[in-house]
Ligand binder design. Sequence first.
Ligand SMILES: [Fe+2]
Ligand SMILES: [Fe+2]
Length: 188
Amino acid sequence: MTTSTGDRDVVDILTTDHHEVLDLVSQIPGADPAQRRDMTDTVIAELMRHSVAEEMYVYPAMRDHLPDGEGKVQHDIEEHQQLVEVMKELEDLDAADARFLETLGRLEQVLRDHVSDEERDQFPLLRAHLTREQLVELGTKVETAKKAAPTRPHPSAPHSELFHKVLGPGVGLVDRLRDKLRGRSDRA
Ligand SMILES: [Fe+2]
Ligand SMILES: [Fe+2]
């Protein structure tokens, strides 16, 4: 991994995210319940930031430049929605609960399907239809969006306000996540 993002295009960045999160998910069943909670919260935060950045910048580029981009974006957003639903279930379950690992397994399955769609279909098409400069510029925007996006699914976290302040309103995923993950503050 390089220290500068200047030479990494958007596909490199997003693909690295995918494999870091999947790697972490695969380690959770072997951890004790206290570690499982922390690791799962990290997975959720990273998936949120990644998904928000994709919906902000990458999916609009797919819509504009890919054949049947609109259809691909709709499909991907539906899968993000499925991820959010399972993340909400994981938020509500105790890590020692027998259903926790079953639910984590469903998250992993949906995530692997989604990652496979992006990496085998949409990302190669992005590379085919955008210039190197456009791909690197998108990568820079994604890195910025990830920094500003909420890192925890907490309804009153300043991250989401900051995110809206920096990047503007209308980020559907942020709003949906905030609604779906409401209640976490009761436990925190
Ligand atoms: Fe992705
Ligand atoms: Fe995605």
